[in-house]
Ligand binder design. Structure first.
Ligand SMILES: [Zn+2]
Length: 198
């Protein structure tokens, strides 16, 4: 994105414009469309650590950096949401040797594509967290967003694993001090700080 877009990120909302004369990549072109489309609002909800609180089920839900949450329509406008954990995303970008911000950009594009082609998917989400038959709204939005940024976006090596180490008090999770390790060598690759929960 560097040299292509002037971006600002404030309160979960990305805004920006193209750098004059720059040739835009597919990802930059789509991000600019997302920013300028008045009918679809992309919301990146920020949380800390490996869990977000689901107010419907009143449970903490485990996720690894970026969670697709579908979209809803109100007054013919779509709001599409992904939940992002900046410290986890930063660790993933480092471990995959991707440009800083790659996974955040992926989350924004994934939410936007979901809002554009699967509006109202929030109402198809099941108890298992997937979005209807074959989880299509998520699967297609994720794959599409990945294809838009082929030089940067890559998955963690298949042997890398997250290890959550939650501390409970009266069956309520109070904190977690997770790390990322390589399953084949048991070497710890990234140690996170302690994340506190209510
Ligand atoms: Zn994704």
């Amino acid at each position: 994105m560097k040299g292509q877009l002037n971006l600002t990120f404030k309160n979960g909302i990305v805004s920006g414009s193209a750098v004059e004369g720059a040739t835009l990549s597919n990802a930059a072109t789509w991000l600019l469309e997302a920013i300028n489309n008045p009918d679809i609002k992309v919301n990146l909800d920020t949380v800390d650590g490996l869990y977000y609180y689901d107010s419907n089920t009143k449970n903490y839900v485990y996720f690894e950096g970026d969670a697709f949450r579908g979209s809803f329509t109100y007054n013919e406008k779509v709001t599409a949401t992904n939940i992002v954990s900046p410290s986890v995303i930063e660790a993933i970008d480092n471990l995959t040797k991707s440009n800083k911000g790659t996974t955040m950009l992926h989350a924004a594009l994934e939410a936007y594509i979901g809002g554009k082609y699967f509006p109202n998917s929030m109402f198809t989400v099941g108890k298992d967290g997937t979005f209807g038959k074959n989880d299509l709204p998520y699967v297609i939005s994720h794959d599409w967003a990945t294809c838009l940024d082929p030089t940067n976006m890559r998955d963690l090596p298949s042997t890398y694993r997250f290890k959550s180490r939650p501390i409970y008090e009266n069956f309520i999770m109070k904190s977690d001090t997770p790390y990322i390790f390589d399953k084949s060598t048991s070497i710890i690759l990234h140690q996170f700080e302690t994340f506190k929960y209510r």
